[in-house]
Ligand binder design. Structure first.
Ligand code: NAD
Ligand code: DAU
Length: 351
């Protein structure tokens, strides 16, 4: 479809802002509606460069608010939804699980339900794309990878809420025949990442000579993917995937947390003109995350073979680009780490 209208939810967040930017710039004939509640994680400064684009519109609102979502569908008559809005931080889900049930489960079902009613009789002309996580598959031991067929086994309130939302999306496909697609991605990194997550939090702390908190022994493994590669995968899956399909997205890029942080420290030493080894002295082992998943690793063969996607960047290059962005965007970092962030930090790390 050359001139479709797409609602992208959570477009002011980390990944959402990269997806919005990609669609607004790559598809000038599309109309992109960014629907976001602007929680602590949502930031319109993430989209400054495209906010005046003629095919872009921001609407503030809550995906749990049925009347609001209905009016949005009435006004814009969207052809499709790409759904990223969520509570996304595992540690916050351990403190406030109900917030995750509301946004990730109730919010997703609210969107699905409004879409079901609005698109009735024309499901073949409308797509609901749900962006999910590899955490739904649970935790791996030393061997193996998550495949699309791996049984769900979530452990945190965050991953349980995302698993539930995935099940609801499949239920709407199976029950009502809606055109639904899901992707499950590994850990993203890159610009505009909120500094509650490991990489941007560590960059911020290293910059300020503050301790770098490593949970447990730092032996947990994550599979890191550059956020722009995720946005490109979403673009490809949205346009090419068959209805009812699921794709895993990942970087084939596993790192223990401690090895990753040593690499980051080395890059930061060089960028900040510090002597080699200076930043690594900030590494501080702290109490482990409750229920901490040991290892995630994605097998993205299906996406590569069926739709031709592959990651574009080596991790070292992507991490260096990420550090450069944070060092060049001091105002952004200061803005998001003032106020409520301080209270969050105190609560999370000073126990
Ligand atoms: P984020 O926390 O940076 O952004 C979430 C966005 O959703 C924010 O802009 C926030 O304001 C908005 N939002 C929250 N509640 C809302 C509500 N009730 N109504 C409307 N908007 C609301 O998240 P992210 O890291 O960019 O993740 C985006 C999506 O990708 C999530 O669904 C997440 O589960 C998934 N995901 C994230 C990663 C990752 O590494 N960050 C990896 C795989 C999948
Ligand atoms: O795998 C995809 C998921 O990746 C996404 O679905 C989530 O939205 C996203 O937040 C991310 O979850 P993680 O829990 O893996 O990311 P986080 O950056 O919080 O933590 C990465 C690893 O670093 C994890 O093993 C916990 C550890 N960690 C994290 C923080 C914040 C620390 O050791 N210290 C910290 O201060």
């Amino acid at each position: 479809m050359s001139d479709q209208t797409i609602i992208i939810t959570g477009g002011a967040g980390f990944i959402g802002s990269h997806v919005v930017r990609r669609f607004v710039t790559a598809y000038p004939d599309y109309t992109i509606i960014n629907l976001d509640k602007l929680t602590y994680a949502g930031n319109l400064a993430n989209l400054k460069d495209i906010e005046d684009a003629p095919n872009y519109k921001f609407v503030k609102g809550d995906i749990c608010d049925t009347a609001f979502i209905e009016s949005l569908f009435e006004t814009y008559k969207p052809d499709a939804v790409i759904h990223l809005a969520a509570e996304s931080h595992v540690d916050r889900s351990i403190t406030n699980p109900l917030d995750f049930v509301m946004t990730n489960v109730v919010g997703t079902v609210t969107l699905l339900n409004v879409a079901k009613n609005a698109w009735k009789g024309a499901y073949d002309k409308h797509r609901f794309y749900h962006v999910s996580t590899d955490e739904v598959y649970g935790s791996l031991g030393a061997e193996g990878m998550f495949e699309e067929t791996t049984a769900y086994d979530p452990h945190s309130p965050y991953s349980a809420s995302k698993a539930s939302s995935d099940h609801f999306v499949r239920a709407y496909y199976d029950t009502y025949g809606m055109d639904c697609v899901i992707s499950n991605c590994s850990n993203n990194y890159g610009s505009h990442h909120f500094p509650e997550k490991l990489i941007p939090l560590s960059i911020n702390n290293i910059k300020q000579n503050k301790p770098i908190p490593i949970y447990g022994k730092g032996e947990n493994v994550r599979d890191w993917l550059f956020v722009e590669d995720h946005a490109r995968a979403i673009d490809i899956i949205f346009h090419k995937a068959a209805s009812g399909t699921t794709y895993n997205i990942g970087g084939h890029n596993e790192w223990t947390n401690i090895d990753l942080i040593h690499l980051l420290c080395a890059i930061m030493d060089q960028k900040l003109g510090r002597e080699a080894g200076a930043s690594a002295k900030l590494i501080t082992y702290v109490t482990d995350r409750a229920g901490h998943d040991l290892r995630y690793a994605i097998d993205a063969t299906k996406l590569q073979e069926e739709l031709g996607w592959a990651p574009s960047l080596q991790f070292e290059e992507g991490l260096e680009r990420t550090v450069d962005w944070y060092l060049a965007n001091e105002d952004w970092l200061q803005n998001v780490t003032s106020g409520a962030y301080q209270q969050y930090y105190e609560h999370q790390y000073k126990r």
